[in-house]
Design a protein around this ligand. Structure first.
Ligand code: GLY
Length: 421
């Protein structure tokens, strides 16, 4: 079987790494891939991004399954186009991907289907947004409606920050068309967990839990990023919380979409806030795997991911189960100097030789130039390790990380700490 994976981050390296372990898979292409997929003899990078060119490639190469990593191609309807050409693809259609591509769609959908989420209001004009902030003081959350590469959310801890975020999004249009509409949302206290399921339109196959660290600096300080580290499982998702998430969020979402005439097939990722009383609220939906959550999740997943995704793409998920390694897994992200504002790229990376199955370095923003691995993106590497306890996994990952060198490398030193205290 031949597989095409779309995307070039740490998530796509992890997907390619896991899918390449399937005995059924003979060839994997990643478009565009990164330095890590380039180094792997079982994987070939292809430099194609245009949807029609990808369709032509998949047709010519007789690709058996295409898996879409990031949200942007989903939001423009790559799944619809592949299906029109009778090509098997795993991911939501453009209509289903609105759960991520439009915050307004997603919040209104949750309100219609009584899915627990924070109180919100939508604005297109600055004056009404500022007036609303006067009645709803900080802490408060301002979100751009559309996709803004994970940067369109401001958690304003002061009224000044909230008003400034409104001006930046609506008047100065820092997110372009993604911010012509904004959502102002109640701030909810609690701990965040990532809950991801595979769905074929009706059958839901939950993955184990995970938790991301979105802020750049230790102790959740500094600006929001795409994610600086993750671990799995997340102890905050107890059996009781897991059941609440399935009953109150995941099942009503898949059923609600169906009632509205939209079948959801793909990865559905609910960002969940769990409060001190173990009540849950849905922070957001994504229509893809999380990055970096994919890395620790797939490091623990047993079995054949390719076969599962092929079954999901064919609506044959019923009866499929996933077993999880009892060990804990963790990923520490190493980012470029000055990430997330203006990452400095083009530095050589010195990587240690790893001969140990309990650790792996997933690449994200890297490329291979004249046999050298260079930084080419904000988040560069995801240093991943497994262990009997989270503490062991964490120590293993940091031991490997200490041996990696590149100019100005940034990383958090407290990944996993919340689950250890
Ligand atoms: N780690 C957060 C995300 O993938 O959106």
């Amino acid at each position: 079987m031949k597989v095409l994976i779309i995307g070039g981050g740490g998530r796509e390296h992890a997907l390619a790494w896991k899918i390449s372990q399937s005995p059924a898979v003979k060839k994997i292409y990643v478009a565009p891939g990164n330095g890590g997929t380039d180094l792997d003899n079982n994987i070939e990078n292809i430099n194609i991004s245009d949807t029609q060119d990808l369709i032509d490639f998949a047709t010519k190469q007789k690709i058996d399954l295409t898996v879409v990593g990031p949200e942007a191609p989903l939001a423009i309807g790559i799944v619809n186009e592949f299906k029109k050409n009778n090509l098997a693809i795993f991911g939501p259609t453009k209509a289903a991907a609105q759960l991520e591509s439009s915050k307004e769609f997603s919040k209104s959908f949750m309100a219609r289907h009584k899915i627990p989420t924070a109180k919100f209001a939508t604005f297109e004009d600055t004056i009404s947004a500022h007036e609303y902030l006067q009645d709803n003081p900080a802490p408060i959350v301002i979100k751009a409606d559309g996709l803004a590469s994970g940067k369109g959310v401001v958690v304003a801890m002061t009224d000044e920050e909230a008003h400034e975020a409104v001006d930046l999004m609506l008047s100065e249009k820092i997110y372009g068309s993604a911010g012509t509409k904004i959502i102002i949302e109640e701030f909810i206290e609690g701990e965040e967990a990532s809950f991801i399921v595979i769905c074929d339109g009706s059958t839901i196959l939950p993955l184990d839990s995970s938790q991301d660290h979105k802020r750049l600096l230790d102790n959740d300080a500094g600006p929001n990023t795409g994610g600086m580290g993750a671990y799995s499982p997340a102890p905050i998702v107890t059996d009781e919380v897991n059941k609440k998430i399935m009953d109150q969020v995941i099942i009503p979402t898949i059923e609600g979409m169906k009632k509205e005439g939209i079948e959801f097939s793909g990865f559905l990722y609910a960002g969940i806030i769990v409060d001190l009383n173990k009540n849950i609220k849905t922070l957001e939906f994504n229509c893809r795997m999380g990055d970096p959550e994919t890395q620790p999740l797939l490091f623990r997943m047993q079995g054949d991911l390719f076969t599962i995704l092929l079954k999901a793409a064919k609506q044959e998920l019923e009866g499929v189960e996933i077993n999880w390694d009892k060990e804990h897994a963790i990923t520490i992200v190493m980012a470029s100097k000055d990430y997330p504002t203006k990452p400095i790229l083009g530095d050589e990376i010195n990587l240690p030789d790893i001969q140990d199955d309990s650790t792996f370095i997933f690449h994200a923003g890297t490329n291979l130039e004249n046999s050298k691995i260079m930084t080419s993106g904000g988040r560069v590497l995801g240093v991943t390790a497994k262990g009997k306890t989270l503490e062991i996994a964490k120590n293993r990952a940091y031991d490997v990380l200490k041996k990696i060198e590149f100019n100005g490398a940034q990383f958090r030193t407290d990944i996993g700490k919340k689950a250890l205290t």
